[in-house]
Write a protein that binds this ligand. Structure first.
Ligand code: NOJ
Length: 870
């Protein structure tokens, strides 16, 4: 028995490693496993998708083999106007789908808005703005004819402060990421665009995630089951709960198994436990096998090519998937489910009815050009129609940029500035890049005002309203020194205020900027361009200094933050195109700052756990083992009792707020385990016999574009494959024992999109009155953190964010009552033995802390006895 099981395990694990060569998975530290989970759960079993699945099944049942395989992959890198272009089935009215980056706006397009990125959105702590930006993004993507928006990003989570792509997401906390991600998804999808939540999962650093070679496979993030559920999977669960239509699987491996063929992640966690009904695409060229990835739950290969040498017309899928189905190595059932999931998403968002086709080209800014730039000989035509999709979205972009600005320090009421203040402005970050705002491809440089990081998550600016533009526009009295070294000709006059701009950048690994290959390897957590020295030099000369920071994440401020003349510090995050006016409104006091930190700012990098440093400088598969578990960012600082420079959630205002009348109401009675999950609804069923080989033959007289990816096979190849598949004597593909095609009832923690619906029952409602107790109008943020009862047998972080709410602009003396809630899941821990969310102490006293920052929680409500203490 034991040996049979281990045989199955080894085969399953081997399958996950490679389809072509069955070899062993590289060893990961003991205790970290990605157990095999087969088969892929069929999509369609939740009521909210049943109509779309029914429509999709009517189409799929009419599709030929080659039509089905054609919609499950891209037609090749640079083989169309978008970064990803699927094959079509025009006979049945199924168009090519256009997939396009990115999370903050349309990448490489024109007449689009460059919104602030996720980290800035997170800093607003404003759910309405999160959703409004999502709607605006959706309108722009739809306006350009894009079917699938490649955002939002909720992974990386921000475990590593140096990680290159943290700025694309919403902050170093799963609940902040979850609200940012799911409200964006709801906004984008409300206008019919399919959103893509990415990147599943634990892709916490850029280096070695995709720099794989024969000596060094992609990094393995080794994460224990509880940490995965309570931190990294949390925002994905909420995204699925919001009905997200697509998901992108990441480059790295998890627990030794490459994510793009990791059945534990895709079949088990995502499609069964979380009840994901949409389709899973690979990250670009992240797919490393054909059969194994199909069996493990991948539904779409992007951009379609093999990863080693793209652009030679080779694919793991397309014609190879047709072959694999004919020869019996990929069950027809699996292909049917892939195609159904993709078409169900297309129906779910109404894309079958008058959906626009692409009117832009990500590859060129010219009006006409090659239709397939990746082809050797491509027909040409009109590719850019320069459609203006911006409407009034600049207002939303500006509101996000402004309401994210986080006042970190403000002594002697330095801010707001009087209108007639004479300013001396220092730092190249205050003005646009003199070479041009879009002079660096994918924003791969840090020159001039930093509005976003670099990589696929960037967009071209239609314009960039810089801080200097803002000063000019309002006729401010200022002198600008466009340099990062203190100028010898700058001498203070009495009453002068110095404004110093500094920045810190990061991005995606395919571009290296100033020695930083995506992650901040070279810059560390320091300001770029000698920013620290600039602040120090200005502070040595001027007695009243304000520092403005544009940054992707935490920077170290210790070398200047306590200097006597550094009186105010604003973290303006990454403001996108609206940097200038947004900042001016705060500087001159038309609007009080209301942003809060979406991460901790430490005093020293050594204050983080050692395990969140960048790794991967050894030969072999780099192992990134998450031994700090739940203790990242503020969870770690609290556990170790380390006082940071500025705590997670910190953010001052020009006014002060008082919190009163807190109340807590019990809503749903709790039990140790949630009620039993609902059973799965029906899913489409199809004929599962191997189709005739003729369904994959090239059409007669077809004129091929060389290097383009097609799903057809030569007649002889198709016939040979079908002969193998239909033969009772040929060796069958070595499916591992136990890897049956019988659908499972699903894990106890599942039951609907996002998991067992009872997890989202409201356990307690909280309400609190916030009053503007100062003399200036402003918005307040109320943050809610849960503390588990003392004495439970699970080690849990001292406090964890679970909800937040923001007031409207409150005039002096004005009050608003805010509502927040705590769900069953918020009070649960993931029990790795029961594989379920459990309440560790049903009658215990949970502390529900409310306040303006993680280190400023003035109200404690308790669940036993029920009540609040101020
Ligand atoms: C790779 C990035 O990781 C992903 O986020 C992006 O959507 C694709 N490239 C397409 O550009």
């Amino acid at each position: 028995m034991y040996s049979l099981l281990s045989f199955c395990l080894i085969l399953c694990l081997s399958l996950s490693a490679s389809a072509a060569v069955i070899d062993r998975r590289i060893a990961v530290p003991s205790g970290y496993v990605a157990p095999p989970y087969y088969p892929t759960p069929h999509g369609g079993w939740t009521a909210d998708w049943s109509v779309s699945y029914h429509k999709a099944s009517l189409l799929v049942s009419q599709m030929t083999l080659a039509e089905k395989t054609n919609v499950t992959a891209g037609s090749g890198i640079f083989m169309g106007r978008c970064v990803g272009n699927t094959g079509s089935a025009l006979r049945l009215g199924i168009p090519q789908l256009c997939l396009q980056d990115g999370p903050l706006g349309i990448r490489n397009a024109d007449h689009n808005t460059a919104f602030p990125p996720g980290i800035t959105v997170g800093a607003t702590f404003d759910k309405d703005l999160m959703r409004a930006r999502g709607v605006a993004l959706g309108e722009e993507f739809r306006g350009k004819g894009i079917n699938v928006h490649l955002g939002p990003s909720v992974g990386p989570l921000g475990r590593k402060p140096r990680g290159g792509r943290n700025w694309e997401g919403f902050g170093a906390d799963p609940v902040l990421q979850a609200f940012g991600g799911s409200l964006t998804i709801e906004g984008v999808q409300s206008v019919g665009v399919i959103a893509t939540v990415k990147h599943l999962i634990a892709n916490e650093q850029e280096m070695y995630s995709r720099m794989k070679n024969i000596f060094q496979p992609e990094i393995s993030s080794n994460v224990d089951d509880r940490t995965l559920h309570e931190l990294y999977l949390w925002p994905f669960a909420e995204s699925v709960r919001s009905g997200v239509g697509a998901l992108m699987i990441s480059y790295n491996a998890v627990n030794g198994s490459a994510c793009s063929q990791n059945s534990y992640l895709m079949n088990n966690l995502l499609k069964d436990e979380l009840g994901f009904q949409g389709f899973v695409m690979s990250d670009w060229l992240a797919q490393i096998s054909g059969v194994a990835s199909a069996l493990a739950g991948l539904d779409m290969s992007m951009p379609g090519d093999i990863n080693e040498v793209p652009l030679i017309g080779s694919s793991y899928w397309m014609y190879e998937l047709s072959r694999s189905v004919l020869n019996g190595s990929v069950p027809v059932d699996r292909l049917n489910d892939m195609a159904t999931r993709i078409l169900a998403s297309w129906y779910q968002f109404g894309q079958d009815r008058n959906y626009p086709t692409p009117n832009f080209d990500t590859n060129t800014q010219d009006a006409s050009g090659p239709l397939y730039p990746g082809a050797l000989f491509s027909p040409s035509g009109v590719v850019n129609q320069f459609v203006d999709v911006r409407a009034t979205h600049a207002e939303i972009a500006r509101a996000v940029a402004r309401d994210a600005i986080t006042l970190l320090k403000n002594t002697i009421a330095t801010l707001p500035l009087a209108k007639n203040t004479t300013l001396k402005v220092f730092g190249t970050d205050a003005e646009k890049n003199p070479d041009g705002i879009n002079s660096c491809s994918d924003q791969g440089c840090n020159k001039g005002t930093l509005g976003m990081g670099w990589g696929s998550g960037s967009a071209r600016y239609p314009y960039l309203d810089s801080p200097i533009d803002g000063l000019k526009a309002r006729g401010a009295k200022y002198q600008f020194f466009n340099t990062d070294s203190f100028p010898s000709n700058s001498n203070p006059n009495p009453g002068d205020v110095a404004l110093v701009f500094i920045s810190a950048d990061s991005g995606e690994n395919y571009i290296t900027v100033d020695g930083n290959p995506g992650d901040r390897t070279n810059a560390g957590l320091n300001a770029w361009h000698n920013g620290d020295k600039l602040v120090q030099d200005v502070a040595a000369k001027y007695s009243n200094v304000i520092v403005v920071v544009h940054t992707v994440g935490p920077i170290l401020m210790e070398s200047w933050i306590d200097l006597p003349s550094v009186n105010a510090v604003l973290n303006a995050h990454l403001p996108g195109q609206e940097a200038g006016e947004a900042l001016m409104q705060v500087l001159f006091g038309e609007v009080s700052p209301s942003g809060h930190l979406p991460y901790t700012i430490p005093k020293s990098e050594a204050d983080y756990p050692d395990t969140v440093s960048l790794v991967g400088f050894e030969v072999g598969q780099p192992q990134d083992t998450f031994t700090e578990g739940l203790y990242i960012d503020y969870r770690h600082f609290n556990q170790q009792n380390i006082k940071p420079r500025f705590a997670f959630g910190h953010g001052l205002s020009y006014t002060t707020f008082s919190f009163s009348n807190a109340s807590i109401t019990a809503v749903t009675p709790l039990t140790s385990l949630p009620p039993t999950r609902p059973i799965k609804g029906p899913t489409p069923s199809y004929n599962t016999s191997i189709p005739p080989a003729s369904e994959a033959y090239w059409p007669d007289n077809f004129s091929r574009i060389w290097r383009y990816l097609y799903s057809w096979l030569d007649k002889n190849d198709a016939d040979v494959a079908a002969k193998i598949g239909n033969s009772s004597t040929s060796a069958k593909y070595p499916y591992p024992d136990g890897c049956s095609t019988d659908q499972k009832p699903g894990p106890v923690a599942g039951g609907a999109q996002g998991g067992n619906p009872a997890l989202f029952d409201v356990a307690y409602n909280l309400s609190i009155t916030v009053t503007n107790a100062g003399n200036i109008s402003g918005k307040a943020v109320s943050q809610l953190y849960v503390q588990f009862p003392v004495g439970i047998s699970f080690d849990t972080p001292i406090i964890q964010l679970r909800d937040f709410a923001k007031t409207i602009t409150l005039a002096p003396g004005q009050s608003q009552t805010l509502q927040m809630r705590v769900t069953r899941k918020d009070l649960s821990v993931w029990d790795v033995v029961q594989q379920n969310w459990i309440i560790p102490d049903v009658g215990g006293d949970y502390g529900i802390w409310i306040g303006e920052a993680s280190d400023s929680l003035s109200v404690r409500c308790g669940t036993s006895p029920l009540g609040c203490v101020m």
